[in-house]
Ligand binder design. Structure first.
Ligand SMILES: C[S@@+](CC[C@H](N)C(=O)[O-])C[C@H]1O[C@@H](n2cnc3c(N)ncnc32)[C@H](O)[C@@H]1O
Length: 250
C-alpha cells in the first residue's frame, strides 16, 4: 500500500464542503459566511493575479495580448480561469475534483462563457490543445511531487512551440513549518504505519509539499523550455517560485 496521501479525495471533499475557503483560506470565504459581495470579491482577486502573470510573460517573453488557447491547471472554482478565458479564443480548466469543477461550471454558466471546457487531467485536456498559455498557481504545492512531476510533463506536452508558461510551486519552508511532510526517517516510518492503519484519516486536509527545483528545471529544459525567469513567492513561510518560461519554437 502506498503511504502517499490521497490528496485527490481531500480536494473533492474540500470542494464539496468549503470550495471558496479551500482556494483562499480566508475566513470571509467560508461557505456559511459567503454572500454575493464576498463571492464577487473572491472572484475579483483572480483578475489581479492573472494580470500579474500575463504582464510578466509580456515583459520577459513578449507574450501577446490575446491567445488562441489557454489552460489553467488546478482551476478550482474558476478564479483564474475566468480572466484567462477573457484573454483567449478558448480555454480549458483542469481540476481533479468533480466538486470543484461543478462550482466552476456554475460560474461559467452565470457569465455566459461557453468557449471553456473543464476536464480532470492534463491528458484529457490534450484533446483541446495545443495551448499557447499554460498557467498553474497554488496547485502543485498540494500534490505529492512524484505525481506533480508527471502532471507537469503531461502539461508541457500540450504547450505549443512558442507557447508561454506561468507556473508556481513550493520548494522550501521556514523552520516552524517543518512538520511531518519533510522530517526524517523515524517520522517517515511512523507516517507509513499510520497511513496503513488509518488509510484515510481526516478526509479534507490541505497538505503542502516541496519540490526539488533542480528536477523541475531539468524537466522544463528537456520539455523545450530552456529559458526561464523565477520570481520568489512566500505564502506564510511556504517559499517557492513563480516560473515564467516560453517553449522554443518548433
Ligand atoms: C488552492 S486551489 C487553487 C485554485 C486556483 N488555481 C486558484 O488559484 O484559484 C487548488 C486546486 O487544485 C486542484 N487539484 C489538486 N490536486 C490536483 C490534481 N492532481 N490535478 C488537478 N487539480 C488538482 C484542487 O482540486 C483545487 O481546486
Amino acid at each position: 500500500m502506498s503511504s502517499e496521501r490521497d490528496t485527490d479525495s481531500d480536494w473533492n471533499q474540500l470542494g464539496a464542503v468549503d470550495p471558496f475557503w479551500a482556494v483562499i483560506t480566508d475566513e470571509r470565504f467560508r461557505a456559511d459566511k459567503m454572500d454575493t459581495t464576498t463571492r464577487e470579491a473572491f472572484y475579483e482577486s483572480g483578475f489581479g493575479n492573472v494580470d500579474q502573470f500575463h504582464t510578466a510573460l509580456k515583459h520577459y517573453f513578449s507574450a501577446p495580448d490575446h491567445f488562441e488557447a489557454c489552460l489553467d491547471f488546478g482551476a478550482g472554482v474558476g478564479r483564474l480561469l475566468v480572466p484567462m478565458a477573457k484573454r483567449a479564443n478558448h480555454a480549458v480548466g483542469v481540476d481533479i475534483a468533480d466538486s470543484m469543477r461543478a462550482v466552476c461550471q456554475t460560474r461559467l454558466d452565470e457569465l455566459g462563457l461557453t468557449a471553456v471546457e473543464l476536464v480532470a487531467t492534463p491528458k484529457a485536456a490534450a484533446a483541446f490543445g495545443p495551448f499557447d498559455w499554460i498557467n498553474s498557481f497554488i496547485v502543485l504545492q498540494h500534490i505529492p511531487p512524484a505525481r506533480g512531476m508527471e502532471l507537469m510533463a503531461d502539461l508541457l506536452a500540450t504547450l505549443r512551440p512558442g507557447g508561454f508558461l506561468s507556473l508556481q510551486l513550493t520548494s522550501f519552508r521556514d523552520a516552524h513549518l517543518m512538520a511531518q511532510d519533510t522530517a526524517g526517517p523515524v517520522r517517515k516510518l511512523l507516517r507509513e504505519v499510520r497511513a496503513s492503519l488509518f488509510p484515510d484519516p481526516q478526509l479534507g486536509q490541505i497538505s503542502m509539499f516541496d519540490y526539488d527545483l533542480g528536477q523541475v528545471l531539468a524537466l522544463l529544459t528537456r520539455a523545450g523550455c530552456p529559458r526561464f525567469v523565477l520570481e520568489h513567492t512566500d505564502h506564510g513561510g511556504h517559499h517557492g517560485f513563480m516560473i515564467y518560461a516560453q517553449k522554443v519554437a518548433g
